[in-house]
Ligand binder design. Structure first.
Ligand code: 13P
Length: 252
């Protein structure tokens, strides 16, 4: 029913060396050879980007990064620029993951700067949003999502956001085995899509892909993907194993 092309993305977080990434790709790529009707992406650690790029070249699996700085270059020790990511073969970059918000001082303001930098470098930003368990229990889910989206996309106009992807990742579902129910996820996705429509326009809202993340597994991907506003998944733990990630990628 939906014209949006599904995107199944793996976030490897701080796992896998370059050699381990290559070994993964050699097993994974043949398993997903038939997945021509969907987009696939893997975001390894920075140190594995070049090695994985070599393995993924000419395959349907795209490369992504897990973060970027907003300047193209400069005296920013320890940072990686959008230009470097594009040159390393990245097509996507994850921005504002809850682990970065929680442990590394990421704010909605820095998220907006990184999103702009990604788009300017031709990278598709995957903007991560989502509430903590405390926020959900206090009835604050929609207001958190509203802030994350509104402030993360502050000062943009609709025609700058054609490549934007949004990932709804409830913090309480990440790495816990407690997936949001398909109804909880659908409700959040529908809220985000209507917010994009209000902030920008209906055309962008209809086109933007909204991924669900948080304990996605081969066993729950199909029921999530059956929901009208769930356009893909951002997968952590289950993307580290080629067989389980291939099962997710090949969801029916
Ligand atoms: P898990 O799939 O391990 O719950 O992680 C989700 C996530 O944080 C993806 O970005």
């Amino acid at each position: 029913m939906t014209a949006r092309r599904p995107l199944i993305a793996g976030n490897w977080k701080m796992f896998k060396t370059g050699a381990e990434a290559v070994e993964f790709a050699r097993r994974f790529v043949p398993l997903v050879a038939g997945a021509g009707d969907r987009d696939l992406m893997i975001a390894p650690a920075f140190t594995a980007l070049e090695a994985l790029a070599g393995e993924l070249k000419g395959t349907p699996v795209a490369l992504g990064a897990q973060n970027l700085h907003w300047e193209l270059e400069g005296p920013f020790t320890g940072e990686i620029s959008p230009r470097m990511l594009a040159a390393a073969g990245c097509r996507y970059v994850i921005i504002g993951h809850s682990e970065r918000r929680q442990h590394f001082g990421e704010t909605n303001e820095s998220v907006a700067r990184r999103t702009r930098a990604a788009l300017q470098a031709g990278l598709a930003p995957i903007l991560c949003v989502g509430e903590t368990e405390t926020e959900r229990n206090a009835g604050g889910t929609f207001s958190v999502l509203d802030k994350h989206v509104r402030k993360g996309l502050k000062n943009f106009v609709a025609n700058e956001l054609g490549a934007l992807v949004i990932a709804y990742e409830p913090v309480w579902a990440i790495g816990t085995g407690r997936t949001a129910t398909r109804d909880q996820a659908q409700e959040a996705h529908a809220f985000i899509r209507s917010l994009v429509s209000n902030l920008f326009n209906a055309e962008l809202a209809g086109a933007v892909r909204i991924l669900y993340g948080g304990s996605v597994k081969p066993e729950n991907i199909s029921e999530l993907m059956a929901m009208p506003d769930i356009d893909g998944a951002l997968v952590g733990g289950a993307s580290l194993n080629p067989d389980s990630f291939a099962k997710i990628a090949l969801f029916a």
